[in-house]
Design a protein around this ligand. Structure first.
Ligand SMILES: [Zn+2]
Length: 125
């Protein structure tokens, strides 16, 4: 993810990483799982979220409710992510490649940035 990516992209990026780490498909699933399943909560222990990160997630809960990480083999799995225009701020959901040039707003010169799961530093062994 490029530095200075739009804020919703950063939020979704962290969100996708959390879904993957907890092995759940959706944000609702994550919330449920954390409430009831100690093992999934333990899998998230290695992920350090700063207060700023939590704040960011909080501001974009609407988008986080739309993302999905669906597991599968041989290409049956997919990720529903969010792509945001860095100029007009319009966004779209995507399961694949996203055109780089903004087509969300007519004549917009912006570039569309897709959120990919954030990489978290491995906890020190
Ligand atoms: Zn745009």
């Amino acid at each position: 993810m490029p530095a200075g990516a739009p804020e919703p992209v950063r939020a979704v990026s962290i969100g996708l990483a959390l879904l993957k780490a907890a092995r759940v498909r959706s944000w609702d699933g994550l919330v449920d799982t954390l409430r009831t399943d100690g093992q999934s909560a333990a899998r998230l222990d290695g992920i350090d979220l700063t207060l700023d990160d939590l704040d960011l997630l909080d501001r974009h809960l609407g988008l986080l409710g739309l993302i999905r990480v669906v597991p599968g083999t041989r290409g049956t799995g997919y990720t529903v992510t969010v792509a945001v225009c860095d100029a007009c701020g319009q966004w779209l959901l995507s399961t694949g490649a996203v055109p780089r040039r903004c087509r969300l707003t007519s004549g917009c010169p912006g570039a569309v940035v897709k959120a990919v799961p954030a990489k978290h530093p491995k906890p020190a062994a």
